[in-house]
Design a protein around this ligand. Structure first.
Ligand code: AQP
Length: 341
């Protein structure tokens, strides 16, 4: 039996595991806004249940969840155009995750590089949640029958696993019920790197605040972080090929390109042959012009946390109109009897 046609539907999420970074903005949120405005049906999620796979201080988690919602809206997501939700408000995410835990294989999870990176040498002491996180991520996406998922480069492997889970479920139960989701990884900022090490991803949980730009940083802090960003001593090249083996140069140019919506070639045409001492102030000015209005609006929104909670509650009500029937059908397919009326 075939369930499609699946209507194009976009889903993506971000963890409230700290303040939002420029990496989250360029790699994810800016593209969420583009897809919302391109008339897709869009669902964006604050994945608080993913955040607790590593320890989160409860008060900080509450604050970070609301701040992330404020960051979504301040960046241009509109609760009237997109469904904005907090993951723990929609119980079908975890219900489907359990079914997927029984579909996915242990070997699949053992191959996930993000688990290896986050668990480090002490994998035996990592939470079980961190290990099976990708099954919950697959459930987040497939409980909406989402067809497109905009993410940064680091999530590619998890999306491949989402496809594998959908394929195995459909195969095992002989029904085309879950769509084979397309990852949408595009643009020049699919992997924004640390300002202190051009080979490492910019991350909210990096112990060094100088490694990242936060969406809540003020103009002076942004300028200081860019001034201190690691670079080599050569001038910028005029062609992209000249940035080979220069990860820090490549990172700053990619950030400029993504912030200004210009191709890398155009940025290098303007700055090729110039020193970082010329380029960094121009990058700071551009970054401040994009981030400051977002940061101000986030502060405004955070002054009314009850309104943020109302927006998320409204989002959950809309979301459950989609998730409840999909979960009900999933249980039916797997042979679970429905409650008698
Ligand atoms: N540096 C980045 N460049 C491009 N995209 C990025 N994303 C994250 N960092 C970058 C994208 O943002 C979305 C949400 O990611 P997340 O916060 O849920 O998880 P993460 O990828 O683990 O992000 P962090 O900042 O590294 O969080 P922590 O430190 O808590 O692990 C995803 O689409 C991701 O690709």
């Amino acid at each position: 039996m075939t369930y499609p046609p699946f209507t194009p539907r976009v889903f993506s999420g971000i963890q409230p595991s700290g303040g939002l970074t420029l990496g989250n903005y360029l790699g994810a949120i800016k593209r969420f806004v583009n897809m919302q405005n391109a008339d897709f049906e869009t669902i964006y999620c604050i994945v608080d249940l993913h955040a607790i796979t590593v320890w989160q201080n409860p008060k900080e988690l509450t604050h970070n969840t609301r701040e992330l919602c404020a960051g979504f809206i301040a960046s241009g997501l509109d609760p009237k155009k997109s469904i904005l939700i907090n993951q723990s408000h929609v119980p079908e995410h975890t219900q489907l995750a359990w079914v997927f835990n029984c579909i996915a294989r242990v070997g699949w999870m053992q191959r996930m590089t993000q688990f290896k990176d986050k668990a480090g040498k002490n994998a035996q002491k990592a939470s079980l949640g961190l290990f099976c996180y990708p099954a919950l991520m697959a459930a987040d996406i497939l409980i909406y029958h989402a067809t497109h998922v905009p993410v940064g480069e680091d999530q590619k492997q998890h999306l491949e696993l989402t496809r594998d889970i959908a394929i195995k479920f459909n195969h095992d139960y002989k029904i085309d019920f879950f769509p084979i989701t397309e990852p949408v990884i595009e643009g020049t900022a699919t992997k924004v790197m640390s300002l202190r090490d051009g080979t490492k991803k910019m991350s909210k949980s990096d112990p060094s605040d100088l490694s990242r730009i936060n969406l809540t940083d003020d103009a002076e802090t942004i300028a200081k972080k860019i001034r201190k960003a690691k670079t080599d001593s050569d001038a910028l090249p005029s062609e992209p090929a000249g940035m080979k083996d220069r990860p820090e140069a490549q990172n700053l140019v990619n950030i400029y390109s993504a912030l200004s919506d210009q191709p890398v070639e155009t940025v290098l045409r303007d700055f090729g042959g110039r020193q970082f001492s010329d380029f960094k102030p121009a990058l700071s000015e551009l970054a401040v012009s994009v981030i400051s209005p977002i940061s101000k609006e986030m502060t405004n929104l955070m002054s009314d946390s009850a309104e943020i909670d109302r927006i998320l509650t409204y989002g959950a009500e809309q979301a459950r109109e989609i998730t409840e029937p999909i979960m009900k059908k999933t249980y039916e397919i797997t042979g679970m009897i429905a409650r008698a009326r």
